[in-house]
Design a protein around this ligand. Structure first.
Ligand code: ACO
Length: 368
């Protein structure tokens, strides 16, 4: 039988330390007594404040790290460090809120779509975004926080959602541009999350990415029709929309890597697979070529292919604007939050009716 020593250092000679035998913890009483005695000697307040990790926890964390290193998935029922759970909850709930708030700028245009075909496409797309939010809330719930708690945090202004949805949709061309650029940026960021170490999130992302690809295509197609067959005014409308959405889309990927407080740990745990700056660069490289096909100009005089780097160089991003929007002071932050809260309040009767129906079903089943 293979014995493995636990990483308790300096307490006792190696031969007398606690061990894992056949996957079970075998404690050496003397060592454990020394360990707990040391805890007892701490002042009471300190003992209450600092959670001391048990030998079991240390071993569980070691196994967790080994799984991450081996590229294995973590399932909801698996042990995980509290910080991993919180990091995932933060990211998945923000992502879910983004999908739900993201329905608003496009939803504004459903009644104003220019043709029946475009209206049907937009309706389907906005419904898809609602579905993405629900998959993601469900994935986040597996981490022990209810959807109601997450939604309360959003409505109280305590939870973030993507900065991009705080910009207004001023013309029909904004709808095509959201599909092409916003959903294009979203896919770039989300395809690597299909390999996220947390399996329920990764599974949700596979389906979401398939639908996002359709969203990006329909946006590009809508713009292409206007650029190819449209009037000069329609072409100008497309160019104006691209001018307004380009820079906020580059901000969607988050702050530069050296100013991103969560990146190092997120990458270490395989929650993030590719860094903010790398994804941003990939997005610029892909869209610069697509812009040529469309016949629009990206609003950056410094955008240029760099043959040495084999990437496009691009101009500086206004990070002050990004932080302003993230901090709640973007063009539409207040409007978006107010619309979400109103939709929640207006939908109260639906939730009440669904609960009443569910209760009746249970009573019927119990009586049968
Ligand atoms: N909008 C709002 N907040 C942002 C944005 C953004 N575009 N980018 C970064 N932030 C926030 C982060 O959430 C973090 O704040 P927090 O610590 O209070 O949570 C802070 O800025 C610093 O950023 P990072 O350290 O880089 O944060 P992180 O490592 O979580 O990376 C990122 C941010 C890239 C957005 C990551 O969370 C992610 O990949 N999320 C999943 C994808 C997603 O949410 N997409 C939503 C938009 S796409 C759509 O819905 C169609």
């Amino acid at each position: 039988m293979r014995l493995r020593r636990l990483p308790l250092k300096g307490a006792l000679p190696a031969a007398q330390q606690s061990r894992i035998r056949g996957g079970r913890l075998v404690l050496n009483r003397k060592e454990f007594a020394m360990y707990t005695q040391a805890m007892d000697q701490q002042p009471k307040e300190e003992r209450e404040r600092k959670p001391v990790r048990s030998v079991e926890e240390v071993e569980l964390e070691r196994r967790f790290d080994a799984k991450i290193d081996a590229g294995d998935f973590i399932e909801a029922k698996d042990w995980m460090p509290e910080h991993y759970r919180k990091t995932l909850l933060r990211q998945i709930s923000q992502h879910a809120h983004s999908e739900i708030v993201g329905m608003l700028p496009e939803g504004n245009w459903i009644t104003r779509a220019p043709t029946l075909k475009r209206k049907a496409i937009l309706l389907a797309k906005v419904q898809d975004e609602g579905g993405h939010g629900l998959y993601l809330y469900a994935a986040a719930e597996t981490l022990g926080t209810s959807r109601d708690q997450m939604i309360d945090a959003l409505h109280a202004g305590k939870a973030k959602y993507s900065s991009i949805f705080n910009y207004p949709t001023l013309s029909w061309a904004d709808i095509g541009t959201i599909g092409w650029l916003v959903d294009g940026a979203a896919i770039m960021n989300q395809v690597p999350i299909c390999r996220c170490s947390y399996a329920p999130y990764a599974r949700a992302m596979i389906r979401i990415c398939r639908e996002e690809s359709f969203h990006q295509r329909q946006g590009f197609d809508s713009l292409l029709v206007m650029m190819r067959d449209g009037t000069p005014e329609q072409r100008a409308m497309v160019q104006d929309a691209v001018n307004r959405w380009w820079w906020p889309c580059l901000m969607m990927f988050g702050p530069p890597d050296d100013q991103s407080p969560n990146s190092a740990q997120g990458m270490r745990w395989g929650i993030k697979r590719v860094s903010n700056d790398t994804l941003r660069q990939k997005f610029v490289d892909a869209t610069a070529e697509q812009a040529k096909v469309l016949g629009v100009t990206l609003p950056d005089p410094l955008l240029k292919w760099n043959p040495e780097r084999e990437h496009h160089d691009f101009g500086p991003i206004d990070w002050a604007e990004f932080w302003r929007v993230v901090g709640g002071d973007g063009p539409c932050n207040r409007e978006r939050l107010a619309a979400r809260v109103k939709a929640w309040d207006d939908g109260a009767w639906v939730r009440d009716a669904a609960l009443a129906h569910a209760r009746k079903q249970v009573t019927k089943q119990e009586a049968a």
